[in-house]
Ligand binder design. Structure first.
Ligand code: MN
Length: 249
């Protein structure tokens, strides 16, 4: 199989712009074609997008080695395994990772768990890099600031609730700010590489999420997840989160 992580299509660069899509009827290749897989570039449809800043750009909050391992090993690993999971299923290879994880029930059973874990890992991390910035931090402005004030009372109240949800996630997972179909914001957390857009969470739109897997913070913060969650506000990219809110709307 042609595993070419540096091939990045425009579609991949727009991955932050997830949209709800109808379930797509799935067909499988004949057994012979599955056995040998799809030849050519479509055999590895999903690429590893580079970080939008240097590995050391967030160093005061997230150390350089953590960023290198997290991006080049963990995220790249999810991407590689997602490509393996969809190989042999041309109908799946034509979908974005967001489409795949939004319709897990429609996936072939043999591919479903691998796509849930690695498609989730792909989507979660593609967002995670973008919603951080060395120019981030501070209080939000724009529409997200208004929506947070409306639904949480104040930015401080929102931060406290987000922090507690992140600390209380047992084991590995993510803590999220999500928007429902009526536009209301709420905080939730999910285990492993699950994502709020998965059907069992109600297909909610993730506006932002923090990675609370130990690989995200352990080198610098050791067991002190709460300190990591607190420091993380210094790199939150509110411009990107406002952009995601516009996409959701
Ligand atoms: Mn991670």
């Amino acid at each position: 199989m042609n595993d070419s992580p540096l091939h990045i299509s425009r579609r991949q660069l727009l991955l932050g712009a997830a949209v709800a899509v109808p379930a797509i009827a799935l067909t499988r290749l004949p057994a012979q074609a599955q056995k040998f897989g799809q030849q050519g570039r479509d055999a590895a449809p999903y690429g590893v997008a580079p970080l939008p800043y240097a590995y050391d750009a967030l160093n005061d909050t997230i150390d350089t080695l953590t960023m290198r391992l997290h991006h080049d090993k963990h995220y790249a690993g999810y991407t590689k395994k997602l490509n393996v999971a969809v190989s042999g299923y041309p109908d799946l290879m034509r979908q974005t990772p967001q489409e795949l994880i939004s319709n897990l029930d429609a996936l072939p059973e043999g591919a479903r768990t691998a796509i849930r874990n690695n498609g989730g890992g792909y989507v979660n991390h593609a967002m995670f890099w973008q919603i951080m910035s060395p120019k981030g931090g501070g209080a939000p402005g724009g529409a997200i600031a208004e929506a947070i004030k409306r639904d949480f009372g104040s930015f401080q109240s929102f931060q406290t609730k987000f922090q507690i949800a992140g600390e209380n996630r047992f084991g590995s997972g993510f803590v999220w700010l999500v928007r429902d179909g009526e536009g209301k914001l709420s905080i939730m957390s999910t285990p492993n590489q699950d994502n709020p857009m998965m059907q069992e969470y109600g297909g909610l739109f993730p506006l932002m999420g923090n990675d609370v897997w130990e690989h995200a913070y352990y080198l610098k913060y050791n067991n002190r997840r709460g300190d990591y969650l607190k420091a993380w506000w210094n790199v939150v990219n509110w411009d990107e989160i406002n952009r995601r809110l516009m996409v959701a709307m």
